[in-house]
Design a binder for this molecule. Structure first.
Ligand SMILES: [Cu+2]
Length: 504
């Protein structure tokens, strides 16, 4: 890399940080022994041919030893908490059996995957009932990226994710494989899933006790499901696939010694150019792949990753061979298609806090299609955050089924690490973000704030991507069916369902 600029601030408006929220829960470093960072194992395919890959993903209940003493009751994918990392190769036809071994319905949403909606996408229209399974298949046809799988059963997404239903999904392709990035999984290429939790009596989660309509937080950092984790560094460069998997929390990341690090990828894949930072903020659902170069450290040294001023992950330096970071100035060509002439501009207004949150002034309705875009078109979506109460709050805006390009923030260029593909963009209070959106598939998809309690609270809408030559009708799930199923599965009356948020 040439002499380059090093960015030393978080870009976002400081008054809008979640620390200013009345209900903000500061992180506290837990007073327990250090644990080795959990590295999720890779999900093995059930079967593999030259063209096709077959997997089984099981949503299951289990117990996790987070803290000394009692184990915590948790949920996960092929694991007790979080899940195994799922690796898809671009160009393959993927078959997944989705199995629900939980006591209640859930859905399997592929966050960031360009697949048809609404069933394969796995939003609220695709419940898998307890003891049942369903089969999906799709072509993996998008650039290498760090995506994720999480539950999305409205309006219980937040509770399902809080219990552990989230895991990393990695897409690999030949373009990324040719770049000089670390890619030895578990050694110099590791997922870092950032979450926070509160532990109650007997080390259990108690989502309802912690409920806050602006997003549930806990004081304890939980990284890949590990409390107070450390990672043994045995290579000069380590690639971290950071995912903000928290319901609400923003992570303001920086290392001890203000160590510089280089972002190489965002939500949808590799950035056109590497960007060097000392400080990086991630908001809910965003991903950033960074490379950390430990070349200035010697065996026995420790490097700490902080969020604000709380240590969340320690890197213990061991002997390694010299291998300085040497990235090209240009990494990949990012698709940037022209906006379709005379196409409409879609308006999305995010407003409110607490129970008042809304999208375009309305609450989510599972049977209402709020917007439409023609397949093949590239159209502008104009996302505004009107929320300036008490300084307002950031809303991370997510669209299912696509990776988009950010055009501008309040008429100015996007942040330097927003030049690649994104599926989630955080919008400052009072800001208007224009994005360019196109799709590979038809379907009904959801768009929403990714503070998960806000989406459960109705800050969500639906749009249809249609092909005029092949019109489709969709049988959409309705809230009554879902709520009655939840009530039956939980053995309570519908009025007693602990589902805050959306008007039901
Ligand atoms: Cu929000």
């Amino acid at each position: 890399m040439n002499a380059h600029k090093v960015y030393t601030d978080y870009f976002f408006d400081e008054p809008a940080f979640n620390t200013h929220d009345g209900g903000y829960v500061p992180l506290v470093r837990p007073e327990v022994d250090e644990q080795p960072l959990n590295i999720p194992s890779v999900l093995s395919p059930d079967k593999e041919t030259d063209t096709d890959m077959y997997y089984t993903v099981i949503a299951q209940a289990g117990e996790t030893q987070f803290l000394p003493g009692a184990k915590t009751k948790t949920w996960g994918y092929n694991a007790n908490y979080l899940g195994q990392t799922i690796i898809f190769k671009k160009g393959k036809h993927i078959h997944v059996t989705l199995k629900n071994e939980l006591p209640e319905l859930t859905t399997f949403h592929w966050h960031g995957l360009n697949v048809p909606g609404p069933i394969i996408d796995g939003g609220c229209h695709a419940p898998v009932y307890p003891g049942e399974s369903s089969e999906i298949e799709f072509d993996c046809d998008q650039p290498a990226a760090t995506l994720w799988l999480h539950a999305h059963p409205c309006p219980s997404t937040a509770q399902h994710v809080w219990k552990g239903l989230a895991t990393g999904v990695v897409v690999q392709d030949d373009v990324e494989a040719a770049l000089p990035f670390p890619r030895n999984y578990g050694v110099d290429d590791i997922p870092v899933i950032l979450q926070d939790r509160k532990f109650h009596d007997d080390n259990q989660f108690d989502y309802m006790a912690d409920y806050d309509p602006d997003g549930v937080q806990g004081p304890t950092p939980v990284i890949n499901g590990t409390i107070n984790p450390y990672f043994d560094v045995t290579t000069q460069q380590v690639r971290l696939r950071l995912l903000d998997g928290a319901n609400r929390r923003e992570w303001r990341l920086h290392f001890s010694d203000d160590l510089e690090f280089t972002q190489i990828a965002s939500d949808g894949g590799v950035l056109p150019e590497p960007v060097t930072f000392t400080h990086l903020m991630l908001t809910c659902a965003e991903r950033a792949e960074i490379i950390v170069d430990f070349g200035n450290y010697k065996p026995g040294d420790e490097v700490t990753l902080y969020s604000d001023d709380i240590a969340i992950l320690t890197f213990k330096i061991h002997e390694f061979a010299s291998n300085p970071l040497n990235l090209p100035d240009h990494l990949v060509d990012v698709p940037d298609p022209e906006v379709t002439p005379n196409s409409q501009t879609h308006k999305v207004v995010m407003s409110g806090m607490d129970e008042e949150v809304a999208l375009n002034g309305r609450k989510f309705d599972m049977q209402r299609i709020d917007d439409r875009q023609q397949l093949g078109n590239v159209e502008v979506w104009d996302i505004t955050n009107t929320n300036d109460m008490d300084g307002g709050m950031l809303h991370p805006y997510h669209m299912h089924g696509t990776q988009f390009k950010i055009i501008s923030r309040n008429g100015h260029a996007p942040y330097p690490n927003e030049m690649g593909l994104k599926d989630t963009v955080s919008v400052n209070p009072g800001e208007e973000v224009k994005i360019k959106v196109w799709f590979n598939h038809t379907g009904v998809f959801m768009n929403h704030c990714h503070i998960i309690e806000h989406e459960d609270g109705g800050m969500m809408a639906q749009f249809e991507i249609f092909d005029p030559d092949h019109p489709k009708t969709y049988k959409l799930m309705d809230m009554d069916t879902l709520m009655n199923a939840f009530a039956k599965e939980r053995g309570v009356s519908r009025e007693d369902l602990d589902m805050p948020g959306m008007d039901m």
